[in-house]
Design a protein around this ligand. Structure first.
Ligand SMILES: Cc1ncc(COP(=O)(O)O)c(C=O)c1O
Length: 420
């Protein structure tokens, strides 16, 4: 079969395959003309060779497709983008074959979020934000977007009447961005209900979901009405702590085209080697996520019963107010847990400084377990009163549960907590 026909045929075939098959095979032949190496090569190059002057001119004029310069596109990035289209978009595409799902890869999660917002919003527009977000996302809205005349307002997206009120009160809103589950309190938002409210009150507003904590293996926001999905691939998608990267996936061509212009003119494209590493990580996403979820559930249950633990935040626990919603919206509950020790910050510091296996480091979603203190680390740039209002107390500890043997993780926690 000709290359282009084979690619079309494969794309359609993979639409009906399971998640693990898509994670391994989707996109693998995109941008790979030679079909020689079993693992796709890293196109570690800044620029591409033109066949002759006419060819170069046609590529620049857009009358022929191909690669020019890595900021404008690179086969290693294209493969990753095609795979994410298949992982985030296959279910919705099966229902609506005319839907076009497009992904752009970025050099970081923040690069993806900032470029997406710059693509959608203009001076005078309003951005609605979930009220508990990764610190840099909040900082971006209040310190950078504000300089360009983009106003931001916050709303608790798990309170549907507050969402409706906020949309009615902000007729200049063009986007709503929220995380679900949130970092670090694991608050779950009903994507379908929020999307329905947004579309019924102001269909102009794009619903943007930061799907970093869940990954497309556990939750696919397009199936619930989202318009745009952003990821920090630094986390579970890469999974090995080797890359800082990001993605934006959308079902709207105009969003993709505008975000592409931002990459082209502002930069923010990922390096080819980083794309290759993220793609490698994606191949094992399903089995990694299964194990992260299994381990996290066992640890959450253990912590909930521990006499030194005041509160555990994990949507997999039946005691979580988000348990039923998470069960409906997610395949499983993820690998992130936050908890409050009865001894507050002093006890938390003692645990973080003494525990074995769990590495004291920010970031999350690595194959190995990490532990950190949101108030002084990931969320240090959120003003204290606002942090406390959102339930993010000084004594909160966050763990990213890895895929180690569960008995060893439990033993490490038992010993660490005994010292508290
Ligand atoms: C939910 C969420 N979104 C976005 C980001 C930003 O991603 P990056 O660090 O890759 O820029 C993070 C980082 O921790 C995050 O936790």
């Amino acid at each position: 079969m000709e290359d282009s026909k084979l690619q079309d045929y494969e794309e359609k075939f993979y639409l009906n395959c399971g998640f693990a098959t898509r994670a391994l095979h989707a996109g693998e032949k995109v941008g790979r003309p030679e079909h020689v190496a079993h693992t796709s090569p890293i196109y570690q190059t800044s620029t591409f060779v033109f066949n002759n002057a006419d060819h170069g001119a046609k590529l620049f004029a857009g009358t022929e497709s191909g690669y020019i310069y890595t900021r404008l596109g690179n086969p290693s990035a294209l493969l990753l983008e095609a795979k994410i289209n298949a992982l985030e978009g296959s279910e919705v595409k099966k229902k609506n074959p005319n839907l076009r799902v497009s992904t752009l890869a970025f050099s970081s999660g923040m690069g993806a979020i900032a470029s997406t917002l710059l693509a959608i919003l203009s001076q005078g527009d309003t951005l609605i934000l979930g009220d508990v977000l990764y610190g840099a996302t909040e900082h971006l809205a209040s310190n950078i977007l504000s300089k360009f005349g983009i106003k931001s307002v916050e709303v608790n997206t798990s309170d549907l009447s507050a969402v409706e009120k906020c949309i009615r009160e902000n007729p200049t809103a063009k986007a709503i961005l929220f995380e679900t589950p949130t970092n670090p309190l694991l608050v779950v938002t009903d994507i379908k209900k929020v999307s329905d409210i947004v579309k019924s009150v102001n269909p102009q507003i794009k619903v943007i979901v930061d799907n970093t904590f869940a990954t497309p293996y556990l939750q696919r926001p397009f199936e619930f009405g989202a318009d745009v999905i952003v990821h920090s691939t630094t986390k579970y998608i890469c999974g090995h702590g080797t890359v800082v990267g990001g993605l934006m996936t959308t079902i709207h061509d105009e969003v993709k085209n505008a975000a592409y212009t931002v990459i082209k003119d502002v930069g923010g494209n990922p390096g080819p080697f980083d794309c290759w590493l993220v793609n490698l990580g994606l191949k094992t996403l399903p089995i990694r996520m299964e194990k992260h979820c299994q381990n996290a559930m066992a640890i959450a249950k253990y912590l909930e019963k521990h006499p030194k633990v005041a509160k555990v935040y994990y949507p997999g626990l039946p005691s979580s107010p988000y348990h039923d919603l998470a069960k409906k919206q997610m395949k499983d509950f993820g690998g992130m847990i936050s908890f409050e020790l009865k001894g507050g910050l002093v006890a938390g510091k003692k645990l973080m400084d003494n525990i074995v296996i769990f590495t004291l480091a920010v970031s999350l979603g690595c194959v190995d377990s990490l532990i950190q203190h949101p108030a002084s680390m990931t969320h240090a740039c959120v003003p204290r009163d606002k942090r406390l209002k959102g339930g993010l107390t000084d004594g909160l500890v966050r763990i990213s549960v890895g895929i180690e043997d569960i008995d060893d993780l439990l033993a490490a926690l038992e010993e660490g907590l005994a010292l508290v």
